[in-house]
Ligand binder design. Structure first.
Ligand code: NAG
Ligand code: NAG
Ligand code: NAG
Ligand code: FE2
Length: 447
């Protein structure tokens, strides 16, 4: 087994995908995780077939662009299909039509289909639109987010494409929401490009109906020396996010505003040190926030900065050191991370100490991927860690108004009505003590 593993990772991905795939799919993420913890059995991979014609759209997903536009992304096998989207607020009556752009990419012997990206709008808030891609195939619909509170986000990390993923998505679907946020690790294709296509088809019933806003995890890298040294080839081609609109030069980090919330998507797997573009961009982005317009500031990142699981210990530490002070001074309300396949909620923290002016840190890497759960937490528990559990599930952040938000975590094992964990969050930017810079902190608890 060991030898086989070595053999599989040392030869070209072509052979790797043909001969070693089944083996790699079964193996845990040995490169990143220590092998001394036991995971709950993963469930089977679900391969989602393409069932439409080659001109018809597949893998449809929508994402927010700017104040009142949506980007529609889909893939066709046929090259003649135009990158156009027809749309309107009534089924079958398309009053708008936009043309966008297309691309494709190679990865070793794999060649992607035609990837279409079309920006449509301006659109009314909180409104259902019906749309058709490239003039072929079925009609889809999505609902735009509201322009003001309340707004509800679903947060789900490390999704993958297993029977657990299906369970998570059906729980997500049980209750309406406005925008889905994903802090990295989408398809777990891990160089097998067909699995990117399969993932796109698996999530289409969800990602074509509500905007999905994602950032990258380690499983998006797919770096191969010399031939694909930059990585993120499939991810950047398939999951284009609105980075130019927020002044970023990279699809790997960006921000956007929606209904009184400023959401920042950070990149754990691109430069973040003192001289990095990402750090300078983050500083400028935080400086531009107007808390009068967006009272809530939410950050997503893949590798957690705070983590009491034995898996992936310390992996977010250098990024924390580079960026935590910026987030703290900007009074970021909450930081979501993935990567660790479990759920964990911390109190408000700054610099490893409880601090009532720091963000709440939440790890939500339990979307359902093939690697299973990170079962073991360090003991004794830190007093900063308020709830931790290795179970598959998803979270919901419902922002009621400029003062209050409600966070809940929903286990796949339970019916959706049941909240395994929940907490009310108060307006941090409006807290007088924090605003005046007099941080009323309790330094009793340390990590
Ligand atoms: C969005 O529309 C729904 C149904 O039409 C309505 O109940 C809700 O209040 C609206 N939300 C906002 C924020 O306008
Ligand atoms: C924060 O929200 C609470 C609850 O709505 C409200 O009572 C309080 O006045 C708000 N604080 C500030 C400083 O606005
Ligand atoms: C899942 O739910 C069932 C029924 O409520 C319960 O018996 C079982 O112990 C739960 N499993 C876990 C792992 O929580
Ligand atoms: Fe990860």
């Amino acid at each position: 087994m060991k030898n086989n593993k070595k053999f599989c990772s040392s030869i070209f991905p072509f052979f790797l995908s043909i001969f070693c795939l089944p083996h790699l799919l079964l193996q845990a993420d040995a490169s990143a995780a220590p092998e001394d913890f036991i995971r709950q059995p993963p469930r089977k991979i679900v391969y989602t077939q393409h069932k439409r014609s080659e001109s018809e759209p597949q893998q449809v997903h929508v994402s927010l662009v700017g104040k009142d536009n949506m980007r529609v992304t889909w893939i066709t096998e046929a090259n003649h299909v135009p990158s156009t989207v027809e749309y309107g607020p009534e089924p079958g009556k398309y009053i708008g039509k936009e043309t966008g752009e297309h691309s494709s990419y190679h990865y070793f012997f794999y060649r992607s289909g035609k990837i279409h990206n079309v920006k449509i709008g301006p659109l009314d808030p909180n409104t259902t639109y019906y749309y058709r891609c490239g003039g072929y195939g079925p009609e889809f619909s999505f609902k735009t987010p509201p322009a003001s509170f309340p707004i509800e986000f679903v947060v789900v990390g490390d999704l993958g494409q297993t029977e657990w993923t299906e369970s998570t998505l059906s729980h997500v679907d049980n209750k309406d929401y406005d925008v889905l946020l994903l802090p990295g690790d989408l398809s777990y294709a891990d160089t097998n490009q067909d699995l990117w296509d399969s993932f796109g088809r698996l999530v289409e019933p969800y990602s074509s109906r509500r905007p999905w806003m994602v950032t990258e995890g380690n499983h998006e890298m797919e770096i191969f020396p010399i031939l694909h040294p930059q990585g993120f080839k499939a991810y950047n081609a398939r999951w284009r996010m609105p980075y130019e609109e927020s002044g970023s030069t990279s699809n790997l980090y960006y921000s956007f505003d929606v209904a009184g919330a400023h959401i920042i998507m950070l990149g754990s797997y691109t430069d973040f040190d003192q001289d990095s573009h990402q750090l300078k961009w983050l500083e400028a982005d935080l400086g531009r926030i107007d808390r009068g317009k967006t009272p809530w500031v939410v950050v997503l990142v893949h590798a957690p900065w705070y983590n009491t699981n034995t898996a992936h210990q310390g992996e977010g530490e250098s990024m924390r050191k580079a960026m935590e002070e910026l987030l703290y001074k900007a009074r970021v309300d909450v930081v979501f991370a993935g990567h660790v396949h479990a759920y964990e909620r911390f109190t408000r923290i700054y610099d490893k100490k409880a601090d009532s002016c720091g963000p709440v840190y939440i790890t939500i890497g339990d979307g359902g991927n093939r690697e299973g759960l990170a079962l073991t937490f360090k003991n004794p528990a830190s007093p900063l860690s308020l709830y931790r559990e290795p179970s598959f599930g998803h979270g919901r952040l419902r922002i009621l108004d400029e003062n209050r938000a409600h966070w809940s975590w929903h286990r796949n094992n339970d019916s959706d009505a049941f909240m395994a964990d929940e907490v009310w969050l108060d307006n941090l930017s409006k807290s007088k003590a924090c605003r005046d810079g007099k941080d009323e902190q309790s330094v009793k608890d340390e990590l």
